[in-house]
Design a protein around this ligand. Structure first.
Ligand code: SF4
Ligand code: MG
Length: 335
Protein backbone atom coordinates (compact mmCIF):
# COMPACT_ATOMS: atom_id res chain seq x y z
CA UNK A 1 0.00 0.00 0.00
CA UNK A 2 1.14 3.47 -0.88
CA UNK A 3 2.43 5.62 1.97
CA UNK A 4 0.71 9.01 2.35
CA UNK A 5 2.28 10.44 5.46
CA UNK A 6 5.51 9.72 7.24
CA UNK A 7 6.49 11.09 10.64
CA UNK A 8 10.18 10.70 11.44
CA UNK A 9 11.96 11.14 14.75
CA UNK A 10 9.62 13.90 15.94
CA UNK A 11 10.66 15.73 19.11
CA UNK A 12 8.37 18.36 20.66
CA UNK A 13 8.83 20.21 23.93
CA UNK A 14 7.06 22.92 25.90
CA UNK A 15 8.81 25.47 28.04
CA UNK A 16 7.17 26.12 31.39
CA UNK A 17 8.20 27.84 34.60
CA UNK A 18 9.32 24.46 35.89
CA UNK A 19 11.54 23.84 32.86
CA UNK A 20 11.27 22.13 29.52
CA UNK A 21 8.64 19.37 29.23
CA UNK A 22 9.69 16.80 26.64
CA UNK A 23 6.20 15.90 25.43
CA UNK A 24 7.16 13.94 22.30
CA UNK A 25 10.51 12.17 22.25
CA UNK A 26 11.44 10.66 18.91
CA UNK A 27 8.15 9.48 17.43
CA UNK A 28 8.13 7.83 13.99
CA UNK A 29 5.30 6.21 12.06
CA UNK A 30 3.88 5.90 8.57
CA UNK A 31 0.30 6.10 7.36
CA UNK A 32 -0.71 4.22 4.24
CA UNK A 33 -3.44 5.07 1.79
CA UNK A 34 -6.90 4.06 2.93
CA UNK A 35 -5.88 2.66 6.32
CA UNK A 36 -6.69 3.64 9.88
CA UNK A 37 -3.75 4.00 12.21
CA UNK A 38 -4.76 4.38 15.85
CA UNK A 39 -2.46 6.12 18.30
CA UNK A 40 -3.38 4.97 21.79
CA UNK A 41 -2.22 6.01 25.22
CA UNK A 42 -3.13 7.66 28.52
CA UNK A 43 -3.67 11.40 28.68
CA UNK A 44 -0.37 13.28 28.64
CA UNK A 45 1.45 10.56 26.64
CA UNK A 46 2.02 12.95 23.73
CA UNK A 47 -0.55 11.61 21.26
CA UNK A 48 -2.42 14.90 20.78
CA UNK A 49 0.82 16.87 20.66
CA UNK A 50 1.99 14.52 17.90
CA UNK A 51 -1.13 15.10 15.81
CA UNK A 52 -1.08 18.85 16.39
CA UNK A 53 2.56 18.90 15.29
CA UNK A 54 1.64 17.23 11.99
CA UNK A 55 -0.84 20.09 11.41
CA UNK A 56 1.65 22.63 12.80
CA UNK A 57 -0.91 23.69 15.39
CA UNK A 58 1.43 23.64 18.38
CA UNK A 59 1.26 27.06 20.04
CA UNK A 60 4.76 28.42 19.82
CA UNK A 61 5.87 29.60 22.33
CA UNK A 62 5.60 27.72 24.66
CA UNK A 63 5.69 24.76 22.27
CA UNK A 64 8.63 23.94 20.05
CA UNK A 65 9.13 21.25 17.43
CA UNK A 66 12.76 20.54 18.14
CA UNK A 67 13.57 17.89 15.59
CA UNK A 68 12.19 15.54 12.98
CA UNK A 69 10.24 15.60 9.74
CA UNK A 70 6.66 15.07 8.60
CA UNK A 71 6.68 14.06 4.95
CA UNK A 72 3.56 14.50 2.87
CA UNK A 73 3.79 14.17 -0.92
CA UNK A 74 7.52 14.76 -0.81
CA UNK A 75 7.16 17.94 1.26
CA UNK A 76 8.35 18.29 4.83
CA UNK A 77 5.42 19.95 6.61
CA UNK A 78 7.70 21.04 9.43
CA UNK A 79 9.52 23.25 6.96
CA UNK A 80 6.47 24.72 5.18
CA UNK A 81 5.54 28.38 5.62
CA UNK A 82 2.34 29.29 7.47
CA UNK A 83 0.77 30.26 4.12
CA UNK A 84 1.57 26.82 2.68
CA UNK A 85 0.17 25.15 5.80
CA UNK A 86 -3.08 27.09 5.48
CA UNK A 87 -3.53 25.61 2.02
CA UNK A 88 -2.79 22.10 3.26
CA UNK A 89 -5.01 22.22 6.37
CA UNK A 90 -8.53 21.19 5.53
CA UNK A 91 -7.68 20.47 1.90
CA UNK A 92 -5.00 17.77 2.10
CA UNK A 93 -5.02 16.94 5.80
CA UNK A 94 -8.04 17.61 8.01
CA UNK A 95 -8.49 17.38 11.72
CA UNK A 96 -11.45 16.88 14.03
CA UNK A 97 -11.60 17.08 17.80
CA UNK A 98 -13.52 15.69 20.75
CA UNK A 99 -15.98 18.55 21.09
CA UNK A 100 -17.76 19.32 17.80
CA UNK A 101 -18.91 22.70 19.13
CA UNK A 102 -15.34 24.00 19.03
CA UNK A 103 -15.31 23.45 15.26
CA UNK A 104 -18.75 24.93 14.57
CA UNK A 105 -19.74 28.58 14.50
CA UNK A 106 -23.00 28.94 16.46
CA UNK A 107 -24.06 32.00 14.45
CA UNK A 108 -23.90 30.46 10.96
CA UNK A 109 -26.08 27.78 9.40
CA UNK A 110 -24.53 24.40 8.74
CA UNK A 111 -24.85 25.00 5.01
CA UNK A 112 -22.92 28.29 5.18
CA UNK A 113 -20.16 26.68 7.19
CA UNK A 114 -19.68 23.70 4.90
CA UNK A 115 -19.76 25.94 1.81
CA UNK A 116 -17.22 28.29 3.40
CA UNK A 117 -14.83 25.36 3.80
CA UNK A 118 -15.10 24.56 0.10
CA UNK A 119 -14.78 28.16 -1.08
CA UNK A 120 -11.69 28.69 1.05
CA UNK A 121 -9.79 26.06 -0.91
CA UNK A 122 -11.47 25.71 -4.26
CA UNK A 123 -12.50 27.94 -7.11
CA UNK A 124 -16.15 26.94 -7.46
CA UNK A 125 -19.43 28.88 -7.47
CA UNK A 126 -21.55 29.17 -4.32
CA UNK A 127 -24.17 27.07 -6.08
CA UNK A 128 -21.76 24.23 -6.77
CA UNK A 129 -20.52 24.48 -3.19
CA UNK A 130 -24.13 24.19 -2.02
CA UNK A 131 -24.64 21.00 -4.03
CA UNK A 132 -21.44 19.55 -2.59
CA UNK A 133 -22.53 20.48 0.94
CA UNK A 134 -25.80 18.60 0.49
CA UNK A 135 -23.98 15.54 -0.85
CA UNK A 136 -21.63 15.64 2.15
CA UNK A 137 -24.53 15.63 4.61
CA UNK A 138 -25.91 12.61 2.78
CA UNK A 139 -22.54 10.89 2.95
CA UNK A 140 -22.35 11.32 6.74
CA UNK A 141 -25.91 10.02 7.16
CA UNK A 142 -27.90 13.15 8.02
CA UNK A 143 -31.52 12.79 6.88
CA UNK A 144 -33.31 15.63 5.00
CA UNK A 145 -30.05 17.36 4.04
CA UNK A 146 -31.82 20.12 2.11
CA UNK A 147 -33.69 21.25 5.25
CA UNK A 148 -30.85 20.57 7.64
CA UNK A 149 -28.41 22.80 5.73
CA UNK A 150 -30.52 25.80 6.75
CA UNK A 151 -30.29 25.03 10.46
CA UNK A 152 -27.85 26.18 13.15
CA UNK A 153 -25.52 23.96 15.22
CA UNK A 154 -27.68 24.14 18.37
CA UNK A 155 -30.53 22.49 16.46
CA UNK A 156 -28.56 19.24 16.23
CA UNK A 157 -27.78 16.54 18.79
CA UNK A 158 -24.17 15.88 19.85
CA UNK A 159 -23.86 12.87 17.55
CA UNK A 160 -25.32 14.79 14.60
CA UNK A 161 -22.95 17.67 15.25
CA UNK A 162 -20.00 15.32 15.13
CA UNK A 163 -21.32 14.01 11.79
CA UNK A 164 -21.44 17.60 10.51
CA UNK A 165 -17.89 18.22 11.66
CA UNK A 166 -16.81 15.07 9.83
CA UNK A 167 -18.64 16.33 6.72
CA UNK A 168 -16.78 19.66 6.99
CA UNK A 169 -13.47 17.89 7.43
CA UNK A 170 -14.00 15.74 4.35
CA UNK A 171 -15.63 18.17 1.97
CA UNK A 172 -12.37 18.98 0.15
CA UNK A 173 -11.50 15.28 -0.11
CA UNK A 174 -8.35 15.31 2.02
CA UNK A 175 -5.88 12.41 1.86
CA UNK A 176 -5.62 12.24 5.64
CA UNK A 177 -8.14 12.79 8.42
CA UNK A 178 -6.77 13.17 11.93
CA UNK A 179 -9.45 12.48 14.54
CA UNK A 180 -8.46 13.33 18.13
CA UNK A 181 -10.76 11.51 20.58
CA UNK A 182 -13.69 12.01 18.15
CA UNK A 183 -16.14 9.91 20.14
CA UNK A 184 -15.06 10.55 23.73
CA UNK A 185 -17.83 13.09 24.39
CA UNK A 186 -20.56 10.85 22.98
CA UNK A 187 -22.59 8.11 24.62
CA UNK A 188 -21.77 4.52 23.76
CA UNK A 189 -24.45 3.91 21.12
CA UNK A 190 -23.67 7.11 19.23
CA UNK A 191 -19.96 6.36 19.61
CA UNK A 192 -20.43 3.04 17.81
CA UNK A 193 -22.39 4.75 15.03
CA UNK A 194 -19.70 7.36 14.47
CA UNK A 195 -16.99 4.68 14.34
CA UNK A 196 -19.10 2.75 11.83
CA UNK A 197 -19.39 5.98 9.82
CA UNK A 198 -15.59 6.33 9.70
CA UNK A 199 -15.35 2.87 8.16
CA UNK A 200 -18.06 3.56 5.60
CA UNK A 201 -16.49 6.86 4.59
CA UNK A 202 -13.09 5.26 4.30
CA UNK A 203 -14.49 2.57 2.00
CA UNK A 204 -16.13 5.21 -0.18
CA UNK A 205 -13.37 7.82 -0.28
CA UNK A 206 -10.10 5.99 0.46
CA UNK A 207 -9.16 8.59 3.09
CA UNK A 208 -6.42 7.59 5.53
CA UNK A 209 -7.36 8.11 9.16
CA UNK A 210 -5.16 8.75 12.18
CA UNK A 211 -7.34 8.01 15.17
CA UNK A 212 -6.09 9.37 18.48
CA UNK A 213 -7.68 7.79 21.53
CA UNK A 214 -7.15 6.66 25.11
CA UNK A 215 -9.71 3.90 24.59
CA UNK A 216 -8.59 0.56 23.19
CA UNK A 217 -12.25 -0.41 22.84
CA UNK A 218 -12.67 2.27 20.17
CA UNK A 219 -9.60 1.01 18.39
CA UNK A 220 -10.79 -2.61 18.26
CA UNK A 221 -13.66 -1.53 16.04
CA UNK A 222 -11.81 0.47 13.40
CA UNK A 223 -8.01 0.39 13.47
CA UNK A 224 -5.92 -1.48 10.92
CA UNK A 225 -2.74 -0.77 12.84
CA UNK A 226 -2.15 0.48 16.37
CA UNK A 227 0.70 2.51 17.84
CA UNK A 228 0.84 2.53 21.64
CA UNK A 229 2.35 5.68 23.12
CA UNK A 230 3.83 6.07 26.56
CA UNK A 231 5.75 9.01 28.01
CA UNK A 232 6.29 10.68 24.64
CA UNK A 233 7.36 7.56 22.74
CA UNK A 234 5.75 4.82 20.68
CA UNK A 235 6.54 1.77 22.80
CA UNK A 236 4.80 -0.79 20.60
CA UNK A 237 3.25 -0.79 17.16
CA UNK A 238 1.59 -3.54 15.15
CA UNK A 239 -1.50 -4.64 13.29
CA UNK A 240 -4.71 -4.71 15.28
CA UNK A 241 -4.39 -8.51 15.50
CA UNK A 242 -0.82 -8.33 16.76
CA UNK A 243 -1.62 -5.74 19.42
CA UNK A 244 -4.77 -7.47 20.66
CA UNK A 245 -3.65 -11.10 20.42
CA UNK A 246 0.13 -11.04 20.82
CA UNK A 247 0.98 -7.80 22.66
CA UNK A 248 4.60 -7.79 23.85
CA UNK A 249 5.07 -4.58 25.82
CA UNK A 250 4.04 -4.85 29.48
CA UNK A 251 2.32 -1.45 29.12
CA UNK A 252 0.23 -2.64 26.15
CA UNK A 253 -0.71 -5.75 28.15
CA UNK A 254 -1.71 -3.52 31.04
CA UNK A 255 -3.87 -1.35 28.78
CA UNK A 256 -5.60 -4.44 27.41
CA UNK A 257 -6.40 -5.63 30.93
CA UNK A 258 -8.00 -2.29 31.69
CA UNK A 259 -10.45 -2.48 28.75
CA UNK A 260 -14.00 -3.68 29.46
CA UNK A 261 -14.77 -6.80 27.43
CA UNK A 262 -18.21 -8.06 26.58
CA UNK A 263 -17.13 -11.69 26.93
CA UNK A 264 -15.73 -11.10 30.40
CA UNK A 265 -18.72 -9.49 32.09
CA UNK A 266 -18.27 -9.47 35.81
CA UNK A 267 -14.47 -9.70 35.73
CA UNK A 268 -12.63 -6.87 37.39
CA UNK A 269 -10.77 -4.38 35.25
CA UNK A 270 -7.21 -4.03 36.36
CA UNK A 271 -5.87 -0.49 36.25
CA UNK A 272 -2.12 -0.13 35.86
CA UNK A 273 -0.73 1.01 39.21
CA UNK A 274 1.56 4.05 39.36
CA UNK A 275 1.85 7.01 37.05
CA UNK A 276 3.95 7.97 34.02
CA UNK A 277 7.40 9.52 34.56
CA UNK A 278 8.04 13.21 34.87
CA UNK A 279 8.75 14.52 31.39
CA UNK A 280 10.79 17.45 32.72
CA UNK A 281 13.51 14.92 33.32
CA UNK A 282 12.64 11.70 31.50
CA UNK A 283 14.38 8.60 32.84
CA UNK A 284 17.51 7.39 31.09
CA UNK A 285 16.18 3.85 30.91
CA UNK A 286 12.79 2.46 29.99
CA UNK A 287 10.11 5.03 30.86
CA UNK A 288 7.79 2.25 32.05
CA UNK A 289 10.34 0.70 34.43
CA UNK A 290 8.83 2.19 37.60
CA UNK A 291 5.46 0.56 36.84
CA UNK A 292 6.65 -2.64 35.21
CA UNK A 293 6.32 -6.03 36.94
CA UNK A 294 8.91 -7.47 34.58
CA UNK A 295 11.59 -4.79 35.01
CA UNK A 296 15.18 -6.00 35.07
CA UNK A 297 18.32 -4.24 36.22
CA UNK A 298 19.17 -3.04 32.72
CA UNK A 299 15.72 -1.44 32.27
CA UNK A 300 16.45 1.38 34.71
CA UNK A 301 19.82 2.17 33.19
CA UNK A 302 19.49 1.86 29.43
CA UNK A 303 16.59 2.69 27.17
CA UNK A 304 15.51 -0.40 25.21
CA UNK A 305 16.00 -0.22 21.45
CA UNK A 306 13.28 -0.97 18.97
CA UNK A 307 13.02 -4.72 18.37
CA UNK A 308 11.27 -5.80 15.21
CA UNK A 309 9.01 -8.83 15.63
CA UNK A 310 7.32 -8.90 12.22
CA UNK A 311 6.83 -6.64 9.21
CA UNK A 312 4.43 -4.41 11.15
CA UNK A 313 5.12 -5.30 14.76
CA UNK A 314 7.87 -3.68 16.81
CA UNK A 315 8.39 -3.02 20.49
CA UNK A 316 10.74 -1.05 22.78
CA UNK A 317 11.30 -3.55 25.56
CA UNK A 318 14.35 -5.34 26.87
CA UNK A 319 12.34 -8.55 27.25
CA UNK A 320 12.33 -8.86 23.46
CA UNK A 321 15.96 -7.88 22.98
CA UNK A 322 18.31 -10.78 22.36
CA UNK A 323 21.16 -8.97 24.08
CA UNK A 324 19.23 -8.85 27.36
CA UNK A 325 18.41 -12.54 27.02
CA UNK A 326 22.10 -13.29 26.39
CA UNK A 327 23.14 -11.20 29.40
CA UNK A 328 20.64 -13.01 31.62
CA UNK A 329 21.84 -16.40 30.41
CA UNK A 330 25.46 -15.55 31.00
CA UNK A 331 24.58 -14.21 34.47
CA UNK A 332 22.93 -17.55 35.18
CA UNK A 333 25.99 -19.42 33.89
CA UNK A 334 28.41 -17.39 35.99
CA UNK A 335 26.67 -18.02 39.29
FE1 SF4 B 1 9.43 -3.49 31.57
FE2 SF4 B 1 12.04 -3.47 31.09
FE3 SF4 B 1 10.35 -3.93 29.11
FE4 SF4 B 1 10.55 -1.51 30.17
S1 SF4 B 1 12.14 -2.60 29.07
S2 SF4 B 1 8.70 -2.56 29.69
S3 SF4 B 1 10.88 -2.01 32.33
S4 SF4 B 1 10.68 -5.20 30.90
MG1 MG C 1 -5.48 14.68 24.06
Amino acid sequence: MEEVLSVNDLHVSFSTYGGEVQAVRGVSFQVKKGETLAIVGESGCGKSVTSQSIMRLIPSPPGRIRKGSVLYKGKDLLRCSEAQMRRIRGKDISMIFQDPMTALNPTLTIGEQIKEGILQHEDVTRKEAGVRARKMLELVGIPNPEERLKQYPHQFSGGMRQRIVIAMALVCQPDVLIADEPTTALDVTIQAQILELFKEIQDKTGVSIILITHDLGVVAQVADRIAVMYAGKIVEEGTRREIFYTPQHPYTKGLLHSVPRLDLVGEDLIPIPGSPPDLFAPPAGCPFAARCDMAMEVCDRVHPEKTRLSKDHHVDCWLQDDRAKQAMLSAVNVT
